[in-house]
Design a protein around this ligand. Structure first.
Ligand code: GUN
Length: 289
């Protein structure tokens, strides 16, 4: 079997165009341009690229974007002060602090400090709680993007066995919450570094999501024939980007697979824009009260 390659770039473009239309209508009706503020601390090369891409996508969708670039020596107190200022600023609708942060800053303290109404990453405990209870305010960008890609090739996910590799707060955990929500109705198994008989579990997956950050970790022997394989990994090997899945071998077994790059990555940004618009809507409606 030769798998369908799931074109994340094209699907993300569609989603971004839809959001751009909604932004235009929102701005026409309210006079407000949604404004996403991104905070980048330090010089991490990959983060610089991600942040620039986020800004470009915002502008293309008709939103305003501001990047605060802080030195790698920024203290936690300084960063928390900036967040406090952005939380109180009525012209700032969404706040994203690019991860990872330098070692002197405690990541969780920073994410907890962002107003949950401006938390476009959906990392704040209040937003994680709402998601867990099936009443999400913002959908976490990468897991939401994975689900959209899955639904693109498999509109009926009810009763399907989804196996997630990785239990991170950014992808693995929220991915499970999205897949078991009513209306999606998958049966979810989450595997991690201590899971025993990993290949025996992954081989049962109708939908396999790899989010562990290990290049080419998922081999053909671990995949059930006809499975849908979503590769969240972005690893650099000899200067080349590769996913967590051995793409060549697995694409001979799977029915559909995402490439790296051009699979999940573009979906993350498309969902970020959607959340920035949602954040603007929430704040405009609150200010009108
Ligand atoms: N760094 C890598 N992925 C992400 C993400 O989704 N959000 C933030 N804030 N930082 C990241």
């Amino acid at each position: 079997m030769s798998a369908t390659i799931i074109d994340g770039k094209a699907i993300a473009k569609q989603l971004r165009e839809e959001t751009a239309k909604q932004v235009a209508t929102f701005t026409e009706q309210t006079g407000v341009t949604p404004h996403l503020v991104v905070v980048l601390v330090g010089e991490d090369a990959a983060s610089q690229v991600y942040v620039r891409n986020k800004e470009k996508a915002c502008l293309t969708a008709g939103m305003k974007s501001t990047i605060h670039r802080l030195s790698a020596e920024t203290s936690q107190t300084e960063l928390l002060e900036l967040i406090d200022q952005l939380n109180r600023d009525q012209q700032t609708h969404g706040i994203l602090v690019q991860l990872p942060l330098p070692g002197q800053i405690e990541e969780q303290a920073v994410l907890d400090a962002i107003s949950p109404l401006k938390d476009v990453d959906a990392f704040h405990p209040e937003n994680v709680g709402l998601l867990a209870q099936g009443r999400a305010r913002f959908l976490p960008c990468t897991p939401a993007g994975c689900l959209q890609l899955i639904q693109h090739v498999c509109p009926e996910t009810s009763g399907k066995h989804a196996v997630i590799l990785g239990r991170s707060e950014i992808v693995g955990k929220p991915m499970g919450l999205l897949l078991i929500q009513r209306g999606v109705d998958a049966t979810v198994t989450t595997c991690h570094s201590r899971t025993k008989n990993l290949a025996a579990i992954t081989s049962q997956a109708d939908i396999l999501i790899a989010a562990i950050g290990k290049a080419n970790f998922v081999t053909a022997e671990m995949v059930k024939p006809g499975a849908i394989v979503i590769d969240v990994g972005i690893n650099r090997v000899d200067g080349k980007l590769v996913g967590d899945v051995d793409f060549q071998a697995v694409s001979e077994i799977a029915s559909a697979i995402t490439p790296v790059p051009g699979g999940v990555g573009p979906m993350t940004i498309a969902n970020l824009l959607k959340n920035a618009l949602t954040a603007a809507r929430i704040q405009v409606s609150q200010q009108a009260e």
